[in-house]
Design a protein around this ligand. Structure first.
Ligand code: SAH
Length: 221
């Protein structure tokens, strides 16, 4: 799919799916204008890349609905000096968006097939400040902690303690928490002090399961 042919649907996506629904951070909207979502979906789905929904990717996973990704990234209030960790690389799309908004992105994926594809794609597209690791992201990335922001792109039963522990003072963590298959609540956790974490409910969402030590069991996925 020629890239130029996708500039119009991408602009329509930014306008109708994001801006008209209340996403107003200009830097976030600009990042969505720049990242070619069609390069992050399987080739046979490229024509649907700017539709208002999640799409199937490899390993039975999904690339999330653009609006929900925008809500989550906006809720993280990323600054250009921030260091960010994402749990659930999937296609690499959210990591690419974050990479335009902050200094370094550390993204963790449990499926090697997805991590390898995403990593190659991110290099090819020139997102040089994204670091991909194959691991259980519910444990975070201790060697690179603490982080200013944590984006969890899969739904867990609770907020992983390891992730809260890797949150910098003033840092923000956004995660879907709730049932495994039914809906979840999108939560934002903000570190106010060494001992105080503030929790807010943002909205209802539906994500694929977060599977790991502080997520759902392998057999439950
Ligand atoms: N952010 C992705 C969305 C991927 S869907 C994108 O933009 O395309 C969520 C991803 O989380 C899936 O790829 C799934 O394999 C991964 N995942 C689930 N549990 C995980 C865990 N404990 N650690 C790392 N990745 C996990």
């Amino acid at each position: 799919m020629p890239r130029i042919a996708q500039a119009v649907p991408r602009e329509q996506m930014v306008l109708h799916q994001l801006a008209e629904r209340g996403v107003c951070d200009a830097r976030v909207l600009q990042a969505f204008r720049e990242v070619p979502r069609h390069a992050f979906v399987p080739p046979e789905l490229a024509a649907q890349a700017y539709d208002d929904r999640a799409l199937a990717i490899e390993a039975g996973q999904t690339i999330s609905q653009p609006y929900i990704v925008a809500l989550m990234i906006e809720a993280l209030s990323l600054r250009s000096r921030d260091r960010v960790i994402e749990v659930g690389t999937g296609s690499g799309y959210a990591a690419a968006l974050c990479s335009l908004l902050c200094a370094e992105v550390y993204t963790v994926e449990r499926h090697a097939e997805l991590a390898d594809r995403a990593s190659a794609r991110l290099v090819e597209l020139g997102y040089a400040n994204v670091h991909v690791r194959i691991a259980d992201g519910t444990r975070g990335w201790p060697e690179e902690a603490p982080f200013n922001a944590i984006l969890v792109s899969a739904g867990g039963p609770r907020v992983p303690a390891a992730l809260e522990a890797q949150l910098e003072m003033g840092g923000r963590l956004v995660i879907p928490v709730g049932e495994r298959r039914a809906g979840q609540k999108l939560l934002r956790v903000t570190r106010r002090s060494a001992t105080r974490l503030e929790r807010e409910d943002l909205c209802e969402v539906a994500f694929v399961p977060l599977v790991g030590a502080e997520g759902w069991g392998e057999d439950q996925a």
